[in-house]
Ligand binder design. Sequence first.
Ligand code: UDP
Length: 242
Amino acid sequence: MSKKILYEGKAKQLYETEKPSELIQFFKDDATAFNKKKHEIIDSKGVLNNLISEYIFIYLDKNNISNHFIKRLSPREQLIKRVEIIPIEVVVRNIAAGTFSQRFGIDEGKHLPKTLIEFNLKDDENDDPLVSEEHMKVFGWAKSDEIEIMKKNALQINMLLSDLFKKINITLVDFKIEFGRFHSKNVSEIILADEISPDSCRLWDMSSNEKLDKDRFRRNIGGLIEAYKEVATRLEIDLSNI
Ligand code: UDP
């Protein structure tokens, strides 16, 4: 029996399972940037992101960050809890880079005085506009208490991931996360969803500042798979089947 596809995104697909509370998240090899204006298939990217995201979600779970990951099903698939995605990309920044550097005219690489959290509406047609907490409340994208939970979790995740990457000589420059509402019985809980991988983080080698993330694709640097493999190898992820 073929599985029913529920959602197709730029880099992932979601399929239904027999259990209404569980889905399968499938990692594709598609790489996109600038709202799909740039698009390529990069062999093995999906497998690497599946493994790296799994590693990070298990690490976060061990550190009390509830998330949607249940287990790996295949090199490209993981079983996840079904959530109602909050349509907001939560971006955490330690160092200026990318669109943030352009927006404020701050040199890429400048450390911010304090960790910054930004919110973008998930809306490809309008290029994921930057939104404020007031926008989220007024338009009903997230409630006050949900925003507080997302902010608290985002800072905690930043501390945990900065620490994890520091141990393998990598600087966590910035990253994007998404949250969902997990409904079970009579309770609804906000949990971390989506993925955390070099597609959604900026990771710089601490010694050379070499980019080990999707900027290699966005900026036509090349060597994306080698960089993702380097991150996975430093995390001691088994790559023998790739
Ligand atoms: N990011 C992402 N998906 C997006 C936009 C950004 O995963 O649709 C990540 C990006 O990889 C980086 C961080 O969020 O780690 C901040 O991205 P920025 O706003 O600087 O945008 P970019 O320059 O990447 O377009």
